[in-house]
Design a protein around this ligand. Structure first.
Ligand code: ATP
Length: 616
């Protein structure tokens, strides 16, 4: 962090110190306990209902999972990453957003979004304490890891210090001049693994800036396939980029012309590959990519002389002072890490302080010492990594390449949110789609009973006289997503079945998730705007997807149920999928489907005990 960063004396904005007060223990307890914002619906006690109201269609056995007294397995993630000796203390933390000197404009936005009585969550309290204090060492730049369970408010924890520092630099008049009028020169990058998350984060950042004038742009390319010159002309390529431009009201913006580039940009939110493309020119890596369409059935390249067009650069990274790597365990995993590290190295080069870059890294290594030939990179910018899970590969990478990184971790890291109830549902036999359908009917039947309606398992789908809760279903494979979606549609249950290649993802906005994502107070892309004129009851209440949507997205509190249909590949995946419900202290339920007897039951029992180990 720049010396005298967020905690510097202000020129025009004054710290709000009126409500600063010593941390009482009750304050601390309050701040550590996220408070539910919605009343809990009473559970239906089926035994006490008159028989006419009972759910006629039997579902499999349901078991509410509780943490075992003497667990058969320990929390696998805690074992992988031993936080205690490395993380900073969680004692003596601020209990109010006003405790450190937060700009009044940012403070009032926080109150607008979270309500006047909002208290920082533990990870936000850690951020308030450590990210607002000036740098102590030789370097003006600092590195942080913010690690806490899903839905615990990490976005605010990194946005507040970053936005405050950007604004303060502007007020101090020390923002570097643009090196080129043609290129956009962001001062901060927020990197996310998916377009959907980038869009939601940029809308959220904008809502925090209602009273603070800074420009946030989401540069998100719809997932259109990359093209070569043989298939597309340069002008067509340019018009494709233009067609992605959504007016600012839509929360997105893609630079493709000098007039757009001339606008100042403070924060750019997008995927690492999109930034690289904007920095190096569209198509910079076509030549290095595999092009299966060029290979015939005998494995011969049928277009060996194909030339690729590289577009002009759209941004310069020379002004970047802040980089946030959201979902750091994904962006540093084997699939993404090369792009992420290349981008960090490119920023250092653009700022005139190049660092060593090794394309291939063995991140699965358990050694904590850097290999003799590898230099630890000294990045000339503030770097914040955020994550809800720290798999061993990330832990080893951090130990080796970021030894001075300050680790801020909430006490509940690697646990399910305490407001999330976990149930295990046994398959009744071979009809899995039918079992899922019955469980959906049950969810809605319980909603009907709680609303005082008489409903049966049959009538509950078409009955629109009560509010149905939404259900998010995770499968491991795209084919399964499509198959279940088709089955439920045939059974009269409207649903959205979304995979990475779904057409609806091509549109460059988040409207394909309307009604499922949380609407951001004051945000610019809201589902109600998008669906204006549509009847509420016409929107599907079921979303089926893969891990694609399990990362970072802030789903609506109306998603009270997450179904995990296939055994999770690992517990990291499970925590992220389950964590789309039970967010920010709200009640939710995760239903894990599995076999309780017969072939394969042993594996599912193992999953069950691993899930139990994550319950707080
Ligand atoms: N202090 C707070 N009090 C109440 N609600 C909060 C607070 N901080 C954040 N929230 C709300 O909690 C929700 C989840 O926040 P956020 O998406 O930042 O969580 P996260 O920790 O990044 O989750 P994930 O790991 O799933 O990405 C948001 O809707 C946010 O507005």
């Amino acid at each position: 962090m720049r010396e005298g960063g967020p905690s510097r004396k202000r020129t025009s904005e004054r710290p709000n110190s009126s409500s600063e007060r010593p941390n009482s223990s009750s304050d601390r307890q309050r701040s550590n306990r996220p408070r539910p914002q919605f009343a809990t619906k009473p559970r239906v006690d089926e035994e006490k209902l008159p028989s006419v109201l009972k759910l006629p269609d039997p579902t499999g056995t349901t078991e509410v999972l509780k943490p075992s007294r003497r667990p058969r397995v320990n929390n696998p993630l805690s074992e992988e990453f031993e936080l205690s000796p490395k993380a900073v203390s969680t004692q003596q933390l601020p209990s109010e957003f006003s405790s450190p000197p937060l700009m009044e404009s940012l403070l009032s936005s926080i109150m607008d979004i979270l309500g006047p009585n909002a208290r920082p969550t533990p990870i936000q309290a850690l951020s308030l304490k450590h990210l607002f204090s000036p740098s102590q060492g030789d370097s003006q730049w600092r590195q942080f890891l913010l690690a806490s369970e899903t839905g615990s408010g990490k976005s605010i924890a990194y946005l507040l210090p970053m936005l405050q520092d950007l604004k303060q630099t502007e007020l101090d008049g020390t923002v570097p001049r643009l090196t080129s009028k043609r290129l956009m020169a962001p001062r901060a990058l927020v990197l996310a693994p998916t377009h959907e998350l980038s869009r939601q984060l940029s809308v959220f950042a904008k809502s925090l800036l209602h009273n603070t004038k800074l420009r946030v742009l989401c540069a998100s390319r719809a997932n259109a396939p990359t093209q070569s010159r043989r298939h597309v002309t340069a002008s067509k390529m340019a018009s494709d980029i233009d067609s992605d431009i959504v007016p600012e009201e839509g929360g997105e913006f893609i630079v493709s012309s000098p007039s757009n580039a001339a606008k100042p940009v403070d924060v750019l939110v997008c995927t690492p590959s999109r930034v690289l493309e904007m920095e190096k020119g569209r198509g910079w890596d076509y030549e290095h990519k595999e092009h299966p369409e060029d290979i015939d059935e005998n494995g011969r390249n049928i277009r060996p002389n194909r030339k690729f067009t590289v577009g002009p650069p759209e941004i310069t990274l020379a002004n970047v002072d802040w980089v946030v790597v959201d979902e750091a365990d994904v962006l540093f995993d084997p699939d993404f890490q090369e792009s992420t590290r290349l981008l960090l190295a490119d920023i250092a080069t653009a700022k005139g302080k190049p660092v060593a870059f090794t394309p291939e890294l063995n991140l699965s290594s358990t050694t904590t010492e850097p290999a003799p030939s590898i230099e630890v990179p000294k990045y000339p910018f503030n770097l914040i990594l955020t994550t809800a899970t720290i798999p061993s590969s990330l832990a080893s990478y951090l130990d080796t390449y970021h030894p001075s990184l300050m680790r801020l971790a909430s006490p509940n890291l690697h646990k399910l949110p305490s407001t999330l109830q976990t149930e295990y549902e046994s398959w009744t036999g071979g009809r899995r789609n039918k079992d899922v359908e019955n469980r959906i009917r049950r969810v809605w039947w319980e909603d009907a009973i709680a609303a005082g309606r008489q409903a049966t398992s049959e009538s509950v789908i078409s009955d629109t006289s009560f509010e149905k809760s939404k259900v998010l279903i995770f499968c491991n494979k795209s084919t399964k997503v499509e198959e279940l979606g088709k089955y439920l549609t045939e059974r009269g249950i409207p649903n959205i079945a979304l995979t990475s290649t779904s057409d609806s993802r091509h549109k460059g906005n988040n409207h394909h998730l309307d009604g499922f994502l949380r609407e951001c107070a004051g945000g610019q892309e809201s589902s109600s705007d998008a669906s204006a004129g549509a009847e509420k009851t016409e929107q599907p209440h079921v979303l089926i997807t893969t891990s694609l949507l399990s990362r970072g997205l802030d789903f609506s509190p109306s998603i009270k149920h997450v179904f995990i249909m296939d055994a999770p590949r690992n517990m990291v995946d499970f925590l992220h999928r389950a964590g789309r419900s039970g967010r920010a202290g709200e009640q939710g339920k995760v239903v894990v489907f599995g076999k309780s007897k017969g072939r394969g039951a042993g594996k599912d029992r193992e999953v069950k005990s691993r899930v139990k180990a994550l319950i707080s």
